[in-house]
Design a protein around this ligand. Structure first.
Ligand code: CUA
Length: 147
């Protein structure tokens, strides 16, 4: 094997290991949930926020041209939320500001991600996948406050 070939293979190996390390670091140290794709069910007919107990919530969110439903989500500080996301039409994005959530809303499929809100504030949700003429206006918000 040529020495340049060996260097390229070594550099590629180091790069791949750093990608893998980044994913594991995000998942375990930053506790960023990797979105899971689950089968579409009838529970999705109605977008809503469901309270499971005092700190656990489920949000059934539907993205459509060009809004999110529900558009305002109010939560107490310390809430742990399972977001179930789908789309009513084309592919949309679902990015929660400063929470490391980056999901896709896909018609006929449901994506799930779990997020904990430890600090009060307003967390913007924006569509980060170009979806048509109203894409830039497509947003919602999560209001986290003491209750
Ligand atoms: Cu929806 Cu961009």
């Amino acid at each position: 094997m040529n020495k340049y070939e060996l260097r390229i293979i070594t550099a590629t190996g180091i790069l791949m290991m750093s990608f893998l390390f980044s994913i594991l670091y995000a998942a375990y140290s930053k506790k960023i949930d990797v979105p899971a794709c689950i089968p579409y069910t009838a529970s999705f007919k109605e977008p809503r926020v469901k309270q499971v107990d005092s700190t656990t919530f489920e949000v059934y969110a539907v993205a459509r041209m060009w809004s999110f439903d529900p558009s305002t989500i109010e939560l107490p500080v310390g809430a742990t939320v399972d977001f179930y996301l789908t789309s009513n039409d084309v592919v949309h994005g679902f990015d929660i500001y400063k929470k490391g959530v980056n999901m896709m809303a896909v018609y006929g499929a449901v994506n799930k991600s779990t997020v904990k809100f430890d600090k009060p504030g307003v967390y913007k949700i924006t569509c980060h996948e170009y979806c048509g003429a109203g894409h830039q206006n497509m947003q919602a918000e999560i209001i986290v406050n003491y209750k």
